[in-house]
Design a protein around this ligand. Structure first.
Ligand code: PMP
Length: 455
């Protein structure tokens, strides 16, 4: 079509005429094509993509074999009816069972991360006959009403959307760097887990259906719970017959250096929800559970279906994604190259007071920006300075930072959402050399932030 815009600004302007945009759509560039860890905007400028699309493109953009698998399946058949099982759906479920720890073995599919949690909510309610559900403060599980109801965030995610689904309660965030329970990081005696137990027994019937958590709380700011906390929470659940649901939307299938993030914490959940890292780019999610729970679900007459459940196109593409991750040892690559990356980020903590902590697992890493290491005041201006410098110099980071407001309550909401934590989540095919290339830009951005926002 002639007469179409050729610049980023031109497309944004045209978009304003037709798109109902929202406050998170803050990017000033319009990506046009991608190749591996790189992406180009409509003006031809190249960026290193350390946010992997929306944390989905595990193999990098347009991996040739992945694209081929998609095209091959598209040429065969893309969509069938809800009543049909697809061969690629069976093979995908089999592959998940092979890489997931026992006794996780049975899967069913839908499209998005929110939907996976919605389906898991239906499952745990039907199987247990209970309805209350526990979430974690600051946790994120999605935008549909069920998944939003177990999301431990307030502010603009809730204001104006009316009542959430009844029956949710929230336990404290296991956030060692900003713990409000223990006096210092070295003195953790799991008082937050004591509080979680008390909360469950006082604000619910004591017998909720499930506890939903992210084994690694990425959106909240790459918060990794301790093994001790996780095991204690798992024990609290077990004693009360509460099912443990791990939301592995973006940590699933290798990003953290293991197939699943929960494997770092010495527990096996009853149910796992997976999405972004499963499809690699196409919208597919899975709810994975044990034979025992699947049998109970069947006995109870459990139903959760959608028009795109197990679509051949989505399943065949996701299967290619997992086969390539497996064949090319990319889980190991995430562990090894992630370890290398983490060392570099720890170096920033040593050299710059505005970097309070570097944390994460594998290639799911972050740095928490503070004004200084003593007060640990969240440094939004610093985070913005780094991400802006990075974007201008060709590196895209996962940040949700829009305008920095001076209103105290808004700032508090921003801190609770962890938007001052810069997240680094490159495709798990990334090499050490590419980390070096990105780190040179990050360090320069941090230096600017130190000069302009550090105390
Ligand atoms: N759970 C977690 C842990 C997520 O990070 C996300 C997305 N950021 C979701 C659920 C929701 O996924 P989707 O946006 O695909 O609905």
């Amino acid at each position: 079509m002639s007469g179409l815009p050729t610049t980023n600004a031109g497309w944004l302007e045209l978009g304003n005429d037709y798109l109902l945009r929202h406050p998170l759509r803050t990017a000033s560039i319009i990506p046009e094509r991608g190749d591996g860890i790189y992406m180009w905007d409509v003006e031809g400028k190249r960026y290193i993509d350390f946010q992997s699309g929306q944390l989905c493109v595990t193999l990098g953009h347009s991996h040739p074999e992945y694209v081929q698998a998609l095209v091959d399946q598209a040429n065969k058949i893309m969509q069938t009816g809800t009543t049909f099982v697809a061969p690629s759906e069976v093979l995908l479920a089999k592959k998940i069972a092979e890489v997931a720890p026992d006794p996780l073995r049975k899967s069913f599919f839908a499209c998005t991360g929110s939907e996976s949690n919605e389906m898991a909510l239906r499952l745990v309610r039907k199987v247990t006959g209970r309805f209350e559900v526990i979430g974690v403060q600051r946790g994120y599980h999605g935008q549909t009403y069920g998944s939003a109801s177990i999301t431990g965030r307030g502010g603009m995610l809730r204001q104006g959307y009316g009542p959430m689904v009844a029956g949710a309660a929230f336990i404290p965030t296991p956030y060692t760097y900003r713990c409000s329970f223990c006096a210092s990081e070295g003195s953790c005696d799991l008082r937050c887990a004591d509080s979680a137990e008390e909360l469950i027994d006082t604000s619910t019937s004591g017998k909720p259906a499930a506890l939903f958590l992210e084994p690694m709380m990425s959106a909240a700011g790459q918060i990794v719970p301790s093994v001790e906390w996780m095991q204690r929470i798992a024990a609290i659940c077990k004693e009360r017959g509460i099912l443990l649901v791990a939301d592995e939307a973006l940590t699933c299938f290798g990003r953290t250096g293991k197939w699943f993030a929960f494997e770092h914490l010495g527990v096996v959940p009853d149910v796992v929800t997976c999405s972004k890292g499963l499809g690699g780019a196409v919208p597919i999610c899975a709810v994975v559970t044990t034979d025992e729970i699947a049998d109970k679900a069947n006995e109870a007459g459990f139903m959760a279906f959608s028009s795109h459940q197990g679509d051949p196109l989505l399943c065949a593409t996701a299967l290619a994604n997992l086969e390539i991750v497996d064949r090319d040892n990319l889980v190991e690559n995430a562990r090894v190259v992630g370890g290398y990356f983490m060392e570099k980020l720890r170096g920033l903590v040593e050299r710059y007071g505005v970097v309070g902590e570097a944390r994460g697992l594998g290639l799911c890493l972050g740095i928490e920006m503070v004004t200084d290491p003593v007060t640990k005041t969240a440094n939004f201006a610093g985070a913005k300075a780094v991400s802006r410098y990075c974007q201008e110099n060709g590196l895209l980071l996962q940040t949700l930072l829009g305008e920095v407001d001076e209103d105290r309550l808004k700032l508090r909401q921003m801190e609770l959402s962890g938007v001052h934590v810069l997240r680094f989540m490159p495709p798990i095919t990334v090499t050490r050399e590419q980390i070096d290339e990105a780190m040179a830009i990050v360090e320069e951005g941090v230096r600017v932030a130190q000069e302009t926002t550090g105390k």
